[in-house]
Ligand binder design. Structure first.
Ligand code: 3PG
Ligand code: MG
Length: 440
C-alpha cells in the first residue's frame, strides 16, 4: 500500500486496513472479479470501523419537506445489512439535495427509513466532523450503525477535484483516520468527483458495496455486450439528452434497435422535418436548436435503419384520447402518448428481443387516457424473453404504478450516472475504486 503514509493522520487507518484483507484475497489474488475494483468479498470486516457512502438522494415534497419516496434508500439495504451482520461498526455518509435548494434537508427521515428497511436502529447524528460525530464513531459497537449529517454541508464537498486533491480536504483528513475501510455504494452519484465519493479511496482501503457492484456489472454488460437482438427504448421529454445517447449507441454493432417514444420521439420527428401539430411543436422547439436538428438529420441518414420513430400519435382533445396519423395532427392537439400503430410496431420489435433497455416513459402515463403506450410496451417487455432493464426515476415510477417493478430483470438506481455509463464515459467513483485496488 504505497502512497498512504504522507498524511500523518491517515497512516494509522491504512495500517489498520492491512489486517482487513480476507483469506481469499491474498496478495496474488487481489483482483476484483472482472470489474477492476474490490468488493465486500475481499475484506474481513468483523470489529472494523467502516465508513459507508450511499446515495439516498430522494424526491422531497416542497410543502412538507418530507420524503416522497424511499425506494432509492432501500437499494443500499443489502450492503448495510451485510456489513452489520458481519460485525462491522458502520458510519454512513450521504447527501440530500444541493445547498440553496428546497430539498437540501437534514437526513433524520432518511435514518428512519434505513432503520425501517434494515430492521436495525440507525441513529442520526446531526454532526459531520465535530466532536459529536467523532464521539459517535468512537463509541460504535459491532453491528451498530449511525448516519452522519448531510455531507453537502461540508463546503468543499462538491468541488470538482481529482481524488488526491479531495484526499487533502478537512473531511477526509478528519474522518479517514477513524476508519479501517471505506465502502462506496453510491452508484447514483458515481458520475460525480466529490470529496466524500473519491477522497477516501486515495487514503484508506476501499471497496464497492453490493449495489455498486451489481449496477456496474449489469449495466456494463447490457451496454457493452448485450444478448442480441438488443433493443433500447427512449422516452420522456428531454430530446437533446436522448439524442446524445442515441448517437453513441447507434454506432455500436451490438445495438440492433433503438425505439424513440415520448416527447423525445416527436421532437426527433419534428427535427427531421415531420409535422407534429403546432402545440407539440412549441414544446419540441425548446429542445431543438439548429445544431440539434442537423445532428438528428445526419443520424437518421447514417443509422436510420436501426432507429424507429413514432408512426402515429395520441393527442389530448379536452381530456379525451384521440389517435391521429402523422401529418393529420390538429393544431390544438397536444401529443400525450404514442398511438396504436406505433405500439404495434414497437411491440413487435420488443417481442423478438433478447435484451430490452428502457429509459423514460413513452407517454404521460400518470393520466389514465395516455397510459396505454407505456402500459403496452411494458406488457410486451414482460411477454418477451428479454433480459429487461429500466433506468431513471420516471421509468421506475411508471413501472411501479403499473405494479410490474418486481417483474423486470433489473431496475437501475442511476439517472445521470446511468447516462454517463451508457455513453461509455469514465465514472470518477469507479475509477477511484479501481485506483485503490491497484495500490493495494
Ligand atoms: C442524483 O440523485 O442525481 C445523485 O444523488 C447525484 O446528485 P446530484 O445530481 O445533485 O449531484
Ligand atoms: Mg442528479
Amino acid at each position: 500500500m504505497a502512497n498512504h503514509s504522507d498524511d500523518s493522520g491517515c497512516t494509522q487507518a491504512v495500517e489498520g486496513g492491512r489486517d482487513l484483507i480476507g483469506e481469499g484475497a491474498g496478495s496474488s489474488s487481489r483482483t476484483v472479479s472482472g470489474t477492476g475494483f474490490r468488493t465486500l468479498d475481499d475484506f474481513d470486516v468483523r470489529g472494523k470501523r467502516v465508513l459507508l457512502r450511499i446515495d439516498v438522494n430522494s424526491p422531497v415534497d416542497e410543502k412538507t419537506l418530507r420524503l416522497v419516496d424511499g425506494s432509492k434508500i432501500k437499494s443500499s439495504v443489502p450492503t448495510i445489512r451485510e456489513l452489520l451482520d458481519r460485525g462491522a461498526k458502520v458510519a454512513i455518509l450521504a447527501h440530500q439535495g444541493r445547498p440553496g435548494d428546497y430539498d437540501f434537508i437534514p437526513l433524520n427521515e432518511h435514518a428512519q427509513y434505513i432503520s425501517q428497511f434494515t430492521g436495525r436502529k440507525t441513529r442520526y447524528v446531526d454532526d459531520l466532523l465535530g466532536k459529536h460525530a467523532l464521539r459517535a464513531i468512537d463509541t460504535l459497537g459491532e453491528g451498530e450503525c449511525i448516519l452522519l449529517k448531510n455531507v453537502r454541508e461540508f463546503p468543499q464537498e462538491q468541488a470538482k477535484k481529482p481524488a488526491d486533491e479531495h484526499a487533502a480536504s478537512a473531511l477526509v483528513k478528519t474522518l479517514a483516520p477513524k476508519f479501517d475501510l471505506f465502502v462506496n455504494d453510491a452508484f447514483g452519484s458515481s458520475h460525480r468527483s466529490h470529496a466524500s465519493l473519491v477522497g477516501f479511496t486515495a487514503v484508506i482501503p476501499s471497496a464497492a458495496g453490493r449495489l455498486m457492484e451489481k449496477e456496474v456489472r449489469t449495466l456494463t454488460r447490457v451496454f457493452m455486450n448485450p444478448k442480441r437482438p438488443s433493443t433500447f427504448i427512449f422516452g420522456g421529454t428531454k430530446f437533446a439528452d436522448a439524442l446524445q445517447v442515441i448517437e453513441t449507441l447507434s454506432e455500436r454493432e451490438t445495438v440492433d434497435h433503438i425505439l424513440v417514444a415520448g416527447l423525445a420521439g416527436y421532437a426527433f420527428l419534428w427535427a427531421t422535418g415531420e409535422s407534429i401539430g403546432s402545440k407539440t411543436e412549441q414544446l419540441a422547439k425548446k429542445d431543438v436548436t439548429d445544431e440539434i436538428m442537423q445532428r438528428a438529420r445526419s443520424l437518421m441518414k447514417r443509422h436510420g435503419g436501426k432507429i424507429m420513430l413514432p408512426a402515429d400519435a395520441a393527442i389530448d382533445l379536452d381530456g379525451e384520447r384521440v389517435e391521429c396519423k402523422l401529418g393529420e395532427i390538429p393544431a390544438d392537439g397536444a401529443i400525450k402518448d404514442i398511438g396504436s400503430a406505433t405500439i404495434g410496431k414497437f411491440s413487435e420489435v420488443i417481442l423478438s428481443s433478447k435484451t430490452v433497455f428502457l429509459s423514460g416513459p413513452p407517454g404521460v402515463f400518470e393520466k389514465p387516457a395516455f397510459c396505454k403506450g407505456t402500459c403496452e410496451l411494458f406488457n410486451a417487455i414482460l411477454a418477451s424473453e428479454a433480459f429487461s432493464v429500466i433506468g431513471g426515476g420516471h421509468s421506475s415510477a411508471a413501472a411501479n404504478r403499473l405494479g410490474i417493478l418486481e417483474k423486470l430483470s433489473y431496475v437501475s438506481t442511476g439517472g445521470g450516472a446511468l447516462e454517463r455509463l451508457m455513453l461509455g464515459k469514465q465514472m470518477p467513483v469507479v475509477e477511484a475504486l479501481k485506483a485503490s485496488a491497484k495500490r493495494a
